[in-house]
Design a protein around this ligand. Structure first.
Ligand code: NAD
Length: 506
């Protein structure tokens, strides 16, 4: 049997999802798989004109979709969840091809989409407002939540589909059409997702207007057109802090709404009372999983001096033996970096760490028989101090390990970085645990005890503080960002009392 090329697998998988998009567009944007460095497709791209037309279609769709009752909108998302279940393996494979994730991680991302659909369906019957006590007799005061408008979604390469669905499943039940600009590195997965949603829309029928969900293909310039359009009520942007610094002010300038999900510099603290075996496994997954290319990847580790000589040798062993390889052909735990630039960034950070007295274990390129791809051994770096590259996010598998002696002091270091996404403490000491979760503890949006920094589940609000952007998505009351609040006061009396006892008799 001849080995199928990645480009052939891409074609078969895209058509299994129902996508009829042309994958050989003459002179189109090249889509390179990090798995072997080969070009798997050439896609036509959008420009300012086609982006404007897509936004206009979405604006027209909004006028119709906002009037469809929310539980009916939920029915569309329920059907989408059903279609996703049917296409879980195919979409997962697209994630592996485009982002280099292992099949279980690729399918895990699709499972997150299914989970948020289930969550959104329930939510479609629970978009509650409040009834509020009023000081005026014969009056009733309440708040009502209405659909907001067109939602523009910009996503990063490392999670090619789940963050779109965290946004779109909620936006659709809230009454908002969506326009998605995926990473220019992973647009095929986006087009495959759209094809799966189109199957659900076809089953749902005419109540779903044309332009309810659209995908735009291209780079930052297409994102910019979306960001600058006054017709887009909410921009939800996932990516680097660098991108957020550009997008946030542009949206604010036109008084648009924004959800920013940006970079992190996530840390773990291992205390003397920790269950070391459990901590070791959590750190290994958190730091090396997805080749260190998760926003929640553990990048810094503070280990108490009493247990440093137990945990660091065990970590070194795990780093030396973790399996690295082609995610589609082996069951390796660590796949490729996204591209050569990521490898250069990793090498530069390791050089800087060395220059500051760090001892680097691993970090070199691995030969897995794919010269044009970038497979690396994850790097464990013993650092004498909390400085230099330790203070910033390098999007690669580097874990900086530092010794600590005082818990209060280590909390200061823990919080002394720009990112504020995810954090973990490993302890069985109640005081340390509660302090970590308290007002003077971790300043991150996600603070965990005895589990790693990565692998959040649907249901909790996802996002972080400081340079992570402050946005919250997915669970809890994140739905409110996709709606507008109207406060309503009704006078059913024959009087006109003014609030605060103000008198204005004419
Ligand atoms: P990136 O910032 O390079 O690109 C992200 C997206 O933004 C892409 O679609 C890109 O085309 C678009 N973009 C870039 N500049 C833009 C501009 N000026 N205007 C409009 N759009 C623009 O990020 P990346 O390399 O794809 O992803 C990795 C980064 O994303 C890491 O920093 C990671 O931590 C972060 N991330 C954060 C989360 C989160 O939920 N907090 C999740 C995943 C990834």
């Amino acid at each position: 049997m001849t080995r199928q090329s990645l480009s052939e697998i891409t074609r078969t998988t895209m058509s299994a999802c129902g996508s009829g998009v042309a994958l050989d567009h003459d002179g189109g944007m090249e889509i390179v798989s990090p798995v072997d460095g080969s070009v798997v497709a050439r896609l036509a791209t959008d420009d300012a004109d086609t982006t404007g037309a897509a936004i206009d279609r979405a604006s027209a769709a909004f006028r119709a979709w906002r009037m469809v009752p929310a539980p009916r909108r939920g029915e569309l998302v329920r059907l989408f969840g059903e279609e996703l279940r049917k296409s879980k393996e195919d979409l997962g494979r697209m994630v592996s091809i485009e982002a280099g994730k292992s099949p279980s991680e690729g399918q895990g991302e699709v499972q997150e989409m299914i989970d948020i659909c289930d969550f959104a369906v329930g939510l479609s019957r629970q978009l509650y407002g409040l009834t509020i006590a009023t000081e005026r007799p014969g009056h009733r005061m309440m708040e009502t939540w209405h659909p907001l408008g067109v939602v523009g979604i910009i996503t990063a390469f490392n999670f090619p589909c789940a963050p779109w669905c965290w946004n779109s499943a909620l936006a659709l039940v809230c009454g908002d059409p969506v326009v998605w600009k995926p990473s220019e590195k992973t647009p095929l997965t986006a087009l495959a997702c759209q094809a799966v949603l189109d199957r659900a829309i076809a089953r749902f029928g005419d109540e779903a207007p044309e332009g309810l969900s659209q995908v735009l293909v291209g780079g930052p310039e297409v994102g910019t057109a979306l960001v600058e359009s006054e017709k887009v009520a909410l921009i939800s942007a996932t990516g680097s802090t660098r991108m957020g610094r550009i997008v946030g002010p542009k949206v604010a300038e036109r008084f648009g709404k924004c959800i920013l999900e940006l970079g992190g510099n996530n840390a773990g603290i291992v205390c003397p009372s920790a269950d070391l075996d459990m901590a070791l496994r959590a750190i290994a997954f958190g730091a090396m999983g997805t080749a260190g290319q998760r926003c929640t990847t553990m990048r810094r580790l503070f280990v108490h001096e009493d247990i440093y000589d137990q945990i660091v040798p065990a970590l070194k062993k795990a780093y030396g033996s973790v399996t690295i390889g082609n995610p589609l052909e082996t069951d390796a735990l660590v796949g490729p970096l996204i591209d050569g630039a990521a490898f250069e960034g990793m090498t530069a950070a390791l050089d800087e760490a060395r220059s500051l007295g760090g001892t680097v274990h691993g970090g070199g390129r691995e030969d897995v028989g794919a010269e044009a791809a970038y497979y690396v051994r994850p790097a464990l770096v013993e650092m004498p101090s909390h400085e230099g590259p330790v203070l910033r996010e390098t999007f690669a598998p580097i874990l900086y390990v530092m010794k600590y002696s005082d818990f209060d002091r280590v909390l200061e270091d823990h919080n002394a970085v720009g990112g504020g996404l995810s954090s973990s403490v490993f302890t069985t000491d109640l005081r340390e645990m509660e302090t970590f979760l308290s007002a003077r503890g971790s300043d991150c949006g996600i603070a965990n005890v005895n589990i790693g920094t990565s692998g959040a589940e649907i249901g909790g609000a996802f996002g972080g503080e400081k340079e992570t952007g402050g946005g919250r998505e997915s669970g809890s009351d994140a739905w409110r960002a996709y709606m507008r609040r109207s406060t309503n006061t009704i006078n059913y009396s024959r009087e006109l009392p003014l609030a605060q006892g103000v008198v204005f008799d004419i």
